[in-house]
Design a protein around this ligand. Structure first.
Ligand SMILES: [Zn+2]
Length: 154
């Protein structure tokens, strides 16, 4: 892969990341990075790990310079889980916005309240032996199509 700015091929090298936190300077060593003449790129997950660690240093009010290897940090932080969680929460937010729009409501409280009443009703019906179904009328000859939901753990 070539850099679009300097036109040089990226080289995979082991580098370090040096950044300030409130109490000092954090140096993270053994960081794989793609380097050209003008820039060096680290991978997103590694960047997330380093930021989390810097946040933790700030939270615990550490004073003084800290040097640690990326591998050591990887034992503590799991960037894939973090990236997955961020994606999931973005996905959930999008779904919630979509539902609010369809329901013509504006707040999360209203959404939760509606969702809870519906769920409560569904569980009660199942408790009484009903099954929860969605029914679609396909016309006189075709009859109906239905989907059965199972709300409770069987
Ligand atoms: Zn470059």
């Amino acid at each position: 892969m070539k850099c679009h700015k300097c036109g040089k091929e990226y080289q995979q090298i082991s580098d370090k990341d040096v950044r300030h936190f409130n109490g000092g300077i954090l140096t993270v060593t053994d960081l794989a990075c793609d380097k050209c003449e003008c820039d060096s790129l680290i991978n997103l997950g590694d960047g997330v790990i380093i930021s989390l660690y810097a946040d933790d240093l700030n939270k615990s009010e550490v004073l003084g310079d800290v040097t640690v290897s990326l591998n050591k940090l990887k034992e503590r932080y799991h960037p894939h889980e973090i990236v997955d969680n961020v994606k999931k929460s973005v996905d959930t937010k999008r779904k919630m916005e979509w539902m609010k729009e369809k329901l013509g409501i504006t707040t999360n409280e209203e959404l939760f309240s509606k969702a809870l009443s519906l769920l409560h009703m569904a569980i009660q019906l199942e408790e009484r032996g009903y099954s929860i179904r969605a029914l679609k009328d396909l016309g006189l000859l075709e009859g109906t199509e239905h989907v059965v939901f199972q709300i409770r753990n069987s």
